[in-house]
Write a protein that binds this ligand. Sequence first.
Ligand code: SF4
Length: 501
Amino acid sequence: MRVLLVRPPVSEFTIGLKHIMICEPLELEYIGALLNNHEVKICDLLVENNFEEYLSEFQPEIIASSAYKAGTNEVIKLFRKAKTYNPDIITVAGGVHATLVPEDYADVSVDIIGIGDGTFLMKELVDCIALGESLWQVAGLAFPVAEKKLVFTEKKPYMPKADSLPLPNRDLIKHIQHKYYYLMHQPVVTMKTTWGCWYRCNFCFTWKITDGLPYSRSPESIVQELLTIEAEDIYIVDDIFLINKTRLRKLADLIKEHQIQKKYLVYARADFIAENEDIIAEWANLGLVAVFIGLEAALDEELEAMNKECDVSHNTRAIDILRKYKIDTYGSLIPDAHYTQKDWERLWKFIKDNQLYYVNISPMTPLPGAETYAQQKHLLTVPEDAHGFFDLSHIILPTKTSLKTYYRQLLKTYSKTILNIYRANQVTQRTLPSVWTWKYWKVIWGTLKIGWQFWNAHKHHSPKGIAKAQYKGEVPLSLSFENKFEHISFQQNTNLSKNAV
Ligand code: SF4
């Protein structure tokens, strides 16, 4: 079958990262790796603008796409467009948000929703469609049968053993690989070695999505993949990579044995770094250049309220240790909706005292799947289906100050942190390029664009702005929930509506 795997564009409302980083669509490369008995293409609309060409030239029979919550309406827009072009194209939505809230994909343009990791699921699904067999036998699917109504096949675990996954098929993005970058890291290749999490932070859905179970690849499997990668910069996108000392030591041994020379960007918790300086020292020698830490806040009470199981002293010690080994800290901070000027000043003092340069400041956002969502859902200031607002940059809980003041304080904190060349040179370690390079100015240009978006962000919250964020595209006239299953086989379940939930 001809299968088109599509990464949607970011919504008009999304603030931020698209201007300073675009990484490869790893989840689609994993899916593509097992579809080798079919014709597969990846269309990445973050770096391409030719979806219609893919439709007319490739003539896909199946289109699959995935997104976080912020991209939900973009996926639906794409599927509506595809169905307008050819209503027989089978559309499949997957990814984190489809797993957590599949009902959000109960749209007339969506045929199938994949729940859980899609690598093996898509293989089973596409093979089944190709053979004309009943999809009812494929566990982990949902089918929209009416607005907000789905029927589900049998439930299955989030994913199989991590080592059973194939290596991602990076050949599928060869034509666009040069377009991917992370800040000043280019070329950069992304890898994933763990799924889920061992901790239980209440603002995070990572541990929820895998039903509380973490999945990790073995050091042997990681090295096998590293040996296939040419690029020097490796961005390991695991929510926590530095976690298991035995695994890290074994991996370090294998990297040395194979004489692999790379630069690594990884995620870690502050408490791990604070308590395991020896591991950091060893990895600094192996090429660890930057560590992303969820610092989150500058007050212990705030960290406790997030169930972070870590305090501010861990944060400061972790930053000091990384600095000692000339590793840059990429810190993420989560200002609460109740922040007033005093709180912003405290946050800036924390950034200044700890000499942080790379920071990501994301207002606290109750995301489906996280515990805070259940507690704060009723407080949301935007409708649930204005998905673009859930981008971790908009504030969607009631603020103590005006929205404009909140966004301007956030912007001011960013500006003081980043837009000071002297400060940048003083506080960064290995990853800041010379100010005379295009890489440096590309990131600064991206940062200015983000700044402009924050400057205007309060206007997004107008009724017109919210209506735009809710827009899902034109519904193709020929589509209805009644006729949408004609081209998919359900031999064992003829009365779908009876099983709808
Ligand atoms: S925030 Fe980090 S440490 Fe906490 S649950 Fe999520 S992934 Fe785990």
